[in-house]
Design a binder for this molecule. Structure first.
Ligand SMILES: [Zn+2]
Length: 118
């Protein structure tokens, strides 16, 4: 197993958060190039784009959150959200599925993409 099971919404959130930090970091680097207005402007614009795209990703999370299914995790008894056919618990990474035919099978995120021919 190459990929560890992890919740998709959590992963997207982590991605959005890292975009913010990358954006701030690029803008911070731009400060060191105060003597060169061109480099500084480019760094500022680039950093700004990263921060903006992060808020776009956050908005996107809000959109896809409406299509998630809330379930109670059988492992930790917390309410978690499932996105797609298989997903992992947000708290304990327990693999969860909405599809009865996939129950008991090895966690594989590929189930989300292609329809299994059974
Ligand atoms: Zn859990």
């Amino acid at each position: 197993m190459a990929l560890k099971a992890s919740n998709k919404i959590n992963r997207i959130r982590t991605f959005a958060l890292s975009l913010v930090f990358v954006g701030i970091f690029i803008m911070y680097i731009g400060i060191f190039f105060r003597t060169s207005p061109i480099i500084m402007t480019i760094a500022m614009i680039l950093g700004f784009i990263f921060v903006i795209s992060s808020s776009v990703v956050y908005f996107w999370i809000g959109m896809i959150s409406t299509s998630t299914v809330q379930v109670t995790c059988p492992n930790c008894n917390k309410t978690t959200k499932i996105l797609g056919r298989v997903d992992a618990c947000m708290y304990c990474d327990e693999p969860l599925t909405l599809d009865k035919t996939l129950e008991g099978k090895e966690f594989d995120s590929a189930y989300n993409r292609k329809h299994t021919k059974s």
